[in-house]
Design a protein around this ligand. Structure first.
Ligand SMILES: Nc1nc2c(c(=O)[nH]1)N[C@H]1C(S)=C(S)[C@@H](COP(=O)(O)O)O[C@H]1N2
Ligand SMILES: [Mo]
Length: 326
């Protein structure tokens, strides 16, 4: 049963938008210029809502970026240019080529409902903008290693996944957090390819979800995250192969059963649940020892847990028999 109630930490709508909106004056005035067209259909709408109706891409939380950098997360290499990180993407909902960034602009970000359900004290649904507004937003520099053996280094902004887990108040019997991407084949042509098990699904153990590194990205490069990078909410778990970092999330479900992810469903022999980065465990069809650093022309050694062993190795110390690295 899904309760559509407002948890006590949710702001009332009236508080949640206008003041932040005015920080984004340029787009607001652009949107207001389009206003009269909308007036007939929506006479009761306030200024802010009218601006939204005119431009659903306008982020009422735009003023949160650039966010203060959390210096705990050091970077050992040059950051990848924004140009590369926003034009070389994996987002199968929009096609299996890397150049899907234009197709992804079709995503409509408002309204964007996020449901928190399953084994929690009380299920609820909240608007992504309201959720983000409640969170402590910071910037972190993270490495990202795709299972295809390329890598980037990105200044993400967002909030710790642990904060969302705490808000959700999972039952003590919950062991896993499952995340799900939007499902709309009108918007995403890839989702018309019926042989894929849509929607995209990924999961973590609750211990992993509570690890300090697990991050929900809402921004990148000092501004709101681009659609092709997984707006409005995208997971980043930098010690795991990139496919674990699910984009454009609409649902967080708490459960006691290990979920079967999108890639496990497609090719379980090559893509497992854990998918921790390890240079010594090859993919069935290629080596994982090195990675191509996009934008540098360099191939560099891949690091165990993508260089994050200090933060995450403890999670796996009693799990010797499991396939932790595929
Ligand atoms: N919903 C969804 N999330 C996804 C994917 C996808 O196809 N669909 N691709 C994954 C893979 S394989 C990688 S490497 C990263 C790529 O993120 P980027 O394009 O922002 O660099 O997103 C991950 N998240
Ligand atoms: Mo990937």
């Amino acid at each position: 049963m899904l309760f559509r109630s407002k948890p006590n930490w949710e702001l009332p709508e009236s508080e949640a938008t206008p003041e932040a909106m005015f920080r984004d004056r340029r787009r607001l005035s652009k949107a207001l210029a389009a206003g009269p067209l909308l007036l007939a259909g929506a006479p009761a709408l306030g200024l802010a809502q009218r601006a939204f109706a005119a431009d659903p891409d306008m982020d009422p939380n735009a003023g949160l970026y650039p966010a203060k950098r959390n210096e705990a997360y050091k970077m050992d290499r040059a950051l990848t240019s924004e140009k590369i990180a926003t034009t070389y993407n994996n987002f199968y909902e929009f096609g299996s080529q890397k150049n899907i960034w234009q197709a992804a602009q079709k995503m409509k970000l408002r309204p964007w409902e996020v449901t928190i359900d399953g084994m929690v004290e009380k299920e609820f649904t909240i608007e992504a903008d309201a959720l983000i507004k409640r969170m402590q937003i910071e910037e972190r520099l993270y490495r990202h290693r795709c299972v295809e053996a390329w890598s980037i280094a990105v200044p993400w902004s967002g909030f710790s996944l642990r904060a969302l887990v705490d808000m959700a108040r999972p039952l003590s019997s919950a062991k896993y957090l499952v995340m799900q991407t939007f499902h709309d084949k009108e918007v995403a042509p890839g989702q018309r390819q019926f042989w894929y098990p849509w929607p995209y699904v990924e999961g973590l153990t609750l211990a992993e979800a509570r690890n300090e590194l697990s991050f929900i990205c809402t921004g990148a490069y000092g501004k709101t995250i681009a659609k092709q990078n997984g707006a409005p909410l995208r997971l980043t778990v930098p010690w795991k192969y990139g496919f674990k970092s699910i984009k454009s999330i609409t649902r967080f479900t708490f459960t006691d059963k290990m979920p079967k992810s999108f890639w496990m469903e497609i090719q379980g022999a090559e893509y497992g649940f854990w998918a921790n980065v390890n240079p010594e465990v090859d993919h069935k069809r290629w080596s994982q020892a090195t990675e191509k650093q996009l934008g540098t022309g360099k191939r560099v050694p891949t690091l165990l847990y993508n260089g994050y062993a200090e933060q995450v190795a403890d999670l796996y110390k009693d799990m010797k028999g499991q396939q932790l690295f595929m």
